[in-house]
Design a protein. Structure first.
Length: 324
């Protein structure tokens, strides 16, 4: 879904490492780190990775980070990830945009990691002048959109009134550099939106390395409220709003994380719903689907309650660049 110059740069090689590649200093604040999980399974390749976390700001980092990430973004990853919830997802993001950034009135918007361009198409229909970046730009370009493959190329049309990173920052090799670069592309008074999984929320705490939204190694970094706000503020932005819920992502996080704790094959329910191939037998798939349906019903109240305590599975932060 994502691309930026930082996806292929600065994987932390210049920082000291220990314990099979675990970083010892934070990408964001340079504080010391400790290993949070030493075994997290990639649901696609079944390879194992670890996650180290900063003891100062809490930012987590996947290790080791593969030199070639391309093979982790195959056909199993792209396409159909939102399925029947795609329309609702875009409508919610447009609502966030209107509440914080105001009316478009022909203003410009850059979506970093725009995927298939669905959000950009909607923003354009609402009156924004849009552009995006994406590592696999062909689908979004087929919609007639202006799409670059790297963030530095987007400076050709800068500055922008709004820059959005909908679940793309966690994929970047160097998230701090990405935020700084994106901030430089913003107009004074412009707004940035960043959505990431909340690695310090209730789901993450309960399910640990089985949490659905860890998604290693595609998610190279793992954020909480403190680490994300600190990164944005260090770049010179002021936090204006924080949202703690994206309903379908929260709900499915409960269901699939619980199933990951029960069944040996990770993300089987997700693959069934999105039409992805699986290696499970018919009995396992049937049992998984029935259990998933029951757990989804049971998880609905938790989806409503957890964000009230700012413990939802997702963080969406809006931040503004100062005038002058």
């Amino acid at each position: 879904m994502v691309h930026d110059a930082n996806l292929d740069e600065g994987a932390g090689a210049s920082r000291p490492a220990s314990r099979a590649g675990a970083p010892t200093s934070c990408n964001s604040c340079h504080g010391p780190t400790r290993v949070r999980y030493d075994r997290v399974v990639d649901p696609q390749t079944h390879e194992t990775f670890g996650i180290a976390a900063c003891t100062t700001c809490g930012l987590g980092e996947t290790f080791p980070q593969p030199a070639d990430l391309g093979r982790y973004y195959g056909a199993e990853y792209h396409g159909g990830r939102h399925g029947f919830t795609a329309t609702y997802c875009v409508q919610r993001r447009m609502r966030f945009l209107k509440q914080v950034a105001g009316a478009p009135a022909g203003r410009s918007l850059l979506d970093v990691g725009c995927g298939d361009g669905t959000f950009l198409v909607s923003a354009q229909e609402h009156g924004w002048r849009v552009a995006g970046t994406e590592m696999n730009p062909s689908i979004a370009r087929s919609e007639g959109l202006k799409i670059w493959e790297a963030l530095d190329e987007a400076s050709a049309q800068a500055p922008y009134d709004c820059v959005t990173l909908w679940h793309s920052l966690e994929h970047m090799r160097n998230p701090r550099a990405t935020i700084e670069q994106a901030t430089a592309l913003l107009k004074p008074g412009g707004t940035m939106f960043v959505a990431v999984p909340n690695a310090e929320g209730l789901q993450a705490s309960l399910f640990g390395p089985k949490w659905f939204h860890l998604d290693v190694p595609r998610h190279l970094f793992h954020f909480g409220t403190k680490s994300l706000s600190r990164m944005l503020e260090t770049a010179g932005l002021s936090i204006t709003r924080t949202f703690h819920l994206e309903v379908e992502l929260d709900l499915f996080g409960w269901t699939q994380s619980a199933l990951n704790s029960i069944f040996p094959e990770p993300n089987l329910f997700f693959h069934q719903l999105t039409g992805k191939p699986t290696h499970a037998g018919a009995v396992t798939k049937s049992a998984n689907f029935v259990a998933g349906s029951v757990l989804t019903a049971l998880a609905t109240p938790l989806t409503a309650v957890a964000p009230l305590g700012k413990n939802g599975a997702i963080l969406v932060m809006a931040a503004r660049k100062p005038l002058g």
